[in-house]
Design a protein. Structure first.
Length: 395
């Protein structure tokens, strides 16, 4: 019998890419008795299931052959037109042909990493930043460098200094109700970032899944809207937070040349996003008032945020601090110095409550005393009960 050769090794980028501790945590919090502040999940009871079912029914009744067939990579024309109209209505004139429909904004981020990044390239990210973006950049072989932030987002002076020193290919930012901190980038800083990118020749990836979940205050302009950044900013959006994440539909708005290359990368990835899901989403947007639906969602989320903020003083230990986001899904808390939030998580699970330790969100040196708390997945009474349980963890 011949000796068998070893199986070839995995690609180095696959071996080096970190797994998501949050995805693993969600499995631990799946027990129905656990009140979880961990996952960034929309409230399922607020999904417009009837409206979406009617949209699917109508698509399958009226255009079944088209809805069940292969489609174009760029996406359903009616859906791109609907997205373009929504963007224009919010102050960003957009041609439908400037959009690429993707399998959630996460795929859009992957397509950009494939198209823009070579192994060894440098990416600048907020400190802390969206964990799945760090995974995406690591899988592309890029090096993520953190940019200092505060309650108004990225520090423009620190950004300019890092660009001079590190020569990055792109800057990744979540400007509205950021994941994980819930902070929003101020208008003045957005313009400063646009001017810095223009001066230094850096791409900006503006990831905006939460922008339509504002409860109070006035919307800030997109970085994409500033003339200095028009030709170098990619705007990502998603239906996951405003319709339903199970649709797995998002979009990418980019300058023509980059968008064409992203379409080629998408062809290699999945040919196109689901035809029937795109058609149903387009039909839903034609037949329903999404803004009225979102007004109801925002009103409910505001109640849930307020319930969390009201209960935090009694739930967290003395010396803790936290922010007050004007929208989105997350509150970012700092426990007293010296606290290890990751070490406390098993005790929290023993009390049937969960949170996300902040450490995995950092590209650089983590702050182990930070935690992210999502307020959208539970009603106000459940949030109050969850905080009562959390108080026992810290007592």
């Amino acid at each position: 019998m011949q000796n068998r050769a070893d199986v070839p090794a995995l690609a180095a980028r696959a071996i080096g890419a970190p797994a998501s501790p949050i995805r693993a945590l969600l499995a631990l919090t799946a027990r129905p008795e656990v009140i979880s502040f961990a996952g960034g999940l929309p409230a399922p009871e607020l999904f417009d299931a009837e409206g979406l079912r009617a949209a699917y029914d109508r698509v399958l009744a009226e255009t079944p052959r088209r809805a069940l067939q292969y489609s174009t990579t760029e996406g359903d024309p009616a859906l791109r037109r609907a997205v373009a109209d929504r963007l224009a209505g919010r102050g960003l004139p957009t041609d439908p042909d400037s959009l690429l429909i993707t399998a959630g904004s996460q795929q859009a981020l992957t397509l950009l990493a494939t198209t823009l990044l070579d192994p060894g390239d440098t990416v600048l990210v907020e400190d802390p930043t969206y964990l799945a973006a760090l995974q995406c950049f690591a899988l592309a072989g890029a090096r993520a460098i953190p940019v200092p932030t505060d309650g108004e987002g990225i520090d423009p002076a620190a950004l300019a200094e890092l660009i001079d020193r590190e020569r990055p290919k792109l800057l990744y930012t979540v400007p509205n109700f950021q994941n994980p901190t819930g902070n929003t980038l101020s208008a003045a800083r957005r313009q400063a970032i646009a001017r810095t990118a223009e001066r230094h020749g850096v791409w900006i990836v503006e990831d905006d899944p939460y922008g339509e979940l504002r409860f109070e205050g006035e919307p800030e302009p997109w970085i994409s809207a500033f003339p200095e950044a028009t030709d170098r900013t990619v705007l990502l959006g998603s239906f996951s937070k405003i319709m339903a994440p199970g649709l797995r539909l998002g979009w990418l708005r980019a300058p023509a040349a980059l968008r064409r290359h992203c379409a080629v990368a998408k062809q290699a990835a999945d040919l196109h996003s689901s035809t029937i899901d795109q058609a149903a989403a387009a039909r839903y947007l034609l037949d329903n008032d999404l803004d009225a639906h979102l007004a109801r969602v925002r009103a409910d989320y505001r109640i849930r945020r307020d319930a969390l903020l009201t209960g935090l003083p009694d739930a967290l230990p003395d010396g803790s601090t936290w922010n007050r986001p004007q929208g989105g899904m997350f509150v970012w808390a700092h426990l007293p110095a010296g606290t290890d939030a990751t070490a406390l998580l098993p005790k929290a699970l023993d009390h049937d409550v969960a949170f996300v330790p902040g450490a995995p969100f950092y590209a650089g040196t983590p702050d182990p005393a930070t935690i992210r708390m999502s307020f959208t997945a539970h009603t106000a009474p459940d949030i109050t009960e969850g905080l009562r349980r959390l108080a026992k963890v810290f007592s």
